[in-house]
Design a binder for this molecule. Structure first.
Ligand SMILES: [Zn+2]
Ligand SMILES: [Zn+2]
Ligand SMILES: [Zn+2]
Length: 337
């Protein structure tokens, strides 16, 4: 049973996916994402694999199921009242959504930066197409493109791949970012992220890489030692709005950063990549600005960054590093390619 449960105290949804533990055990050393295995075609460049064991499903045919009506998404304190479950305090819903795996390459040992230009372009266009397709499904409000890489972040299949989740609600963090961008826009008549980018470019100390359309910085407020954000120079909200030249520039920037991490740490860096884009519910998100956030698991080649008491306990991050010095190191690693 897939279910979404709402926490009325922190005002956020939790996806409960008990079934996930029943994944089939494949013979050792069999990669389920290699060409010709299971439903993976023998021949592909980029392949969209519908997850057999998803946390969420689009196949819920329940007439009474209406996420759009009165389900709290944190924007209004009272909006959930009419949908309260019998328990009175608790709200739960069968989970509407989708989980897809995107295979980046048929080559089991390829890194994202090994892909040729046409291939990385194909991957970015696939992300665009899936965002459009999933985002246009009724009830889907947010499409999240992300990647977990490396055992340090729990990845057991090393074939190059990322994931896409489609949600019936706008995640809390994205809501917060949108609210900040809107408030700033109201006050300054300009975009918070555009203005931050401009000031980072003027200052230069935290910029780790630049190309014609994208800039990569370690943010001033980085929570992780080598957290890096890729920001588009042009103001727009969603990956589907990338123009032709931006598609390749975006792919190359991802490649540069991951290659830089691998160089810096001396091994295939473990990280979480999160693409932050505008919701797909038809709202006005013109104040929001597309960007990608990377969270590497390591502080250096020997030290892991673990989540600690303040981080899990009260959501206060402690970054044990010199942010500007780290930016210098990462920039050097990217440049020395
Ligand atoms: Zn494989
Ligand atoms: Zn902007
Ligand atoms: Zn963000």
């Amino acid at each position: 049973m897939f279910e979404m449960r709402y926490n009325p105290i922190s005002q956020e949804w939790v996806v409960v996916a008990a079934k996930r533990s029943k994944r089939p055990v494949l013979p050792r050393d069999t990669c389920p994402f290699c060409p010709g295995i299971g439903k993976v075609p023998k021949d592909y460049d980029v392949f969209v694999y519908q997850n057999d064991f998803p946390s969420m499903s689009l196949s819920i045919a329940d007439g009474a199921f209406a996420w759009a009506d009165g389900v709290p998404d944190g924007t209004s304190a009272s909006s959930g009242r009419k949908n309260r479950s019998a328990a009175g305090l608790y709200l739960s819903k069968p989970s509407l959504g989708a989980c897809e795996v995107i295979l980046y390459s048929p080559n089991h040992t390829a890194n994202i930066y090994d892909l040729e230009d046409w291939h990385i372009e194909k991957l970015v266009r696939c992300w665009q197409a899936r965002t459009e397709a999933l985002g246009s499904i009724e009830g889907i409000r947010y499409v999240f493109i992300f990647e977990n890489r490396g055992e340090a972040v729990g990845v057991t299949i090393h074939h190059p791949h990322g994931q896409i989740y489609a949600f019936p609600f706008v995640p809390r963090l994205i809501q917060r970012e949108i609210a900040s961008c809107r408030a700033y826009m109201e006050e300054h008549s300009s975009c918070l992220i555009c203005d931050m980018l401009e000031s980072e470019l003027r200052l230069g100390v935290r910029v780790v890489s630049e190309n014609e359309h994208f800039v990569c910085v370690i943010p001033y407020f980085a929570r992780f030692p080598y957290e890096a954000h890729i920001v588009s120079r042009r103001h727009f909200g969603s990956i589907v709005e990338l123009g032709d030249a931006e598609v390749l520039a975006f792919g190359s920037m991802l490649q540069d950063l991951v290659r830089g991490y691998d160089r810096l740490f001396g091994f295939a860096a473990a990280y979480i990549m999160a693409i932050h884009q505008a919701p797909t519910d038809g709202g006005d998100y013109s104040a929001y600005h597309f960007h990608v956030e990377f969270y590497p698991a390591h502080a250096d080649s020997k030290t892991r960054k673990h989540l600690s008491g303040t981080e899990i306990g009260i959501d206060v991050f402690v970054n044990p590093s010199d942010i500007e010095a780290n930016a210098g190191r990462l920039k050097l690693a990217i440049q020395s390619l």
